[in-house]
Design a protein around this ligand. Structure first.
Ligand code: ADP
Length: 174
């Protein structure tokens, strides 16, 4: 049995994330999507919301589970018995970051392998930051995220309408 961990912020989950998760679930016996509790990023959704959105989005895949976690990713991989950490790669700048993280994690948990899957061409540009910015400005995001996420973004937009809370669009990495 080979269990893999796909860790990330998933704020919120979108088709680029889902593509990596679904393809991983065909390679490994079981995939745990690990939703990191407190990344050093501006978050739009709470941990509970991010977990719930990912669960709903991936509910049709019986060998994918979504779990929240905190602390070191390498430690969480150990705790759940994952032999592999999966990440997605979009652009070259992703590679530099993922490479650094993989070497760090190897020092922390040498028994856990690190695998990167290339994004599909149509999702190369897609990031949660772009999704959030376009959605909060009222743009159509139905081609980038599943219906439950599109609806959640619309609700956030409604709730934040009077607050000028926008996630700044800075780069493809988020
Ligand atoms: P993190 O804060 O750990 O980068 P993210 O939620 O931003 O968390 O991303 C989780 C993983 O999904 C990362 O490996 C990231 O590179 C990957 N990812 C993000 N967007 C895409 C996309 N459009 N296509 C493929 N992989 C993606």
């Amino acid at each position: 049995m080979c269990r893999a961990l796909y860790p990330g912020t998933f704020d919120p989950i979108h088709f680029g994330h889902m593509d990596i998760a679904i393809r991983s679930a065909t390679i490994f016996d079981e995939l745990v999507v690990g939703v990191y509790d407190r990344p050093s990023k501006n978050l739009l959704f709470t941990l509970e919301e991010r977990v719930e959105l990912a669960r709903e989005a991936l509910r049709d895949y019986p060998n994918i589970r979504v779990l929240p976690y905190g602390g070191l990713t390498a430690e969480f991989a150990r705790q759940i018995g994952a032999k592999v950490i999966v990440r997605g790669l979009r652009v070259v700048s992703d590679f530099e970051w993922e490479y650094q993280m993989s070497l760090t994690n190897r020092q922390l948990a040498p028994e856990v392998e690190f695998v990167c899957l290339m994004t599909r061409q149509e999702y190369t540009f897609l990031s949660a930051s772009i999704l959030k910015e376009v959605a909060l400005l009222g743009g159509d995001v139905t081609m980038w995220a599943p219906p439950n996420v599109v609806a959640a973004l619309a609700r956030k937009r409604e709730a934040l309408q009077h607050q000028q809370v926008l996630v700044p669009l800075v780069s493809l990495r988020d």
